[in-house]
Write a protein that binds this ligand. Structure first.
Ligand code: GLY
Length: 285
């Protein structure tokens, strides 16, 4: 059993996945429980209710989930009235022939599936949006800390999920990497899983998560695969050096790794015994 969740605050999220795995949950249930914990935490300004809104003051959530044994995946983009984006993504995977639902269609589907409608903007996120509108900051637009969890269960099955409110104060309708299988998330039962965080456009540019998995398939370690993917991004698009992109990977044998363009990225890693924070090396200083 292994689990990886990104960023320092991923330690708490990963503990949820670890506990679920220890109780015998399969990897999909562990991933969903961990990311629901993040979405339900209104102190978290990057996921679910309380996530920072777009330029028009509307929260728009993106999420995706993928299951290694079947290569099935589901995703949602631009959810404005449903806080449990990861669970809606899972329903897209399990209940429809599609992989990605966006906007009003995704909302209608969520209602049909029994998800409650709610106001995703909190007093705190509304205040930050007002500060941003007055030109007084409100949030660092470079900080859009998508939450991701990758997990291997007791049967060796691997799954991953990502959930985010996306780039703070983005243009309405902008969908980021977290809704795009291959960019923000990819899982291959025979190789492993990878997820991205940071500026989603950079992850989309190189299909970052798919690239990391393919680099692991070619024999690179999780750390080396993440680093090589970032180097590929920087060599094909040097301007990407100005923006943060971070990657994390969990190989099918449980080995974990990560990399980032700029310093400051970390992930929590549960190896079946302990849940610990791992600081990640950056390509640039
Ligand atoms: N990585 C999340 C986003 O850019 O939307």
């Amino acid at each position: 059993m292994h689990a990886l969740s990104i960023w320092q605050r991923g330690t708490e999220v990963n503990a949820v996945a670890a506990e679920a795995l220890k109780q015998g949950a399969d990897c999909l249930d562990a991933v969903e429980a961990a990311l629901r914990f993040s979405e339900d935490d209104v102190r978290d300004s990057s996921t679910g209710r309380g996530g920072l809104p777009n330029a028009a003051g509307q929260v728009e959530l993106d999420a995706a989930i993928m299951f290694g044994p079947t290569a099935e995946a589901g995703a949602v983009g631009g959810l404005r009235r449903t806080s449990q984006a990861i669970s809606v993504a899972r329903r897209v995977m399990e209940e429809t022939p599609h992989m990605l639902l966006v906007g009003e269609g995704a909302e209608t589907f969520a209602r049909q599936q029994g998800f409650d409608e709610s106001d995703l903007l909190t007093d705190d996120s509304a205040a930050k949006w007002q500060e941003w509108r007055r030109g007084r900051g409100g949030a660092d637009p470079e900080r859009h800390d998508t939450m991701a969890t990758l997990a291997i269960d007791g049967r060796g099955q691997i799954a991953g999920g990502v959930t985010t409110s996306g780039t703070p104060f983005k243009l309405p309708g902008r969908v980021g990497d977290s809704a795009i299988i291959g960019a923000g998330l990819y899982v291959d039962q025979g190789v492993g899983a990878a997820a991205a965080t940071g500026v989603g456009e950079e992850a989309i540019r190189v299909s970052a998560s798919f690239l990391v998995v393919e680099l692991m398939r070619s024999g690179l370690s999780p750390d080396a695969a993440c680093r090589r993917a970032l180097e590929r991004l920087l060599s094909s698009h040097p301007a990407s050096a100005e923006r943060q992109l971070a990657l994390a990977a969990l190989r099918a044998d449980g080995a974990a790794g990560g990399g980032s363009v700029k310093p400051g990225f970390a992930y929590a890693y549960f190896d079946g015994g302990h849940n610990r924070l791992v600081q990640v090396g950056s390509v640039l200083d």
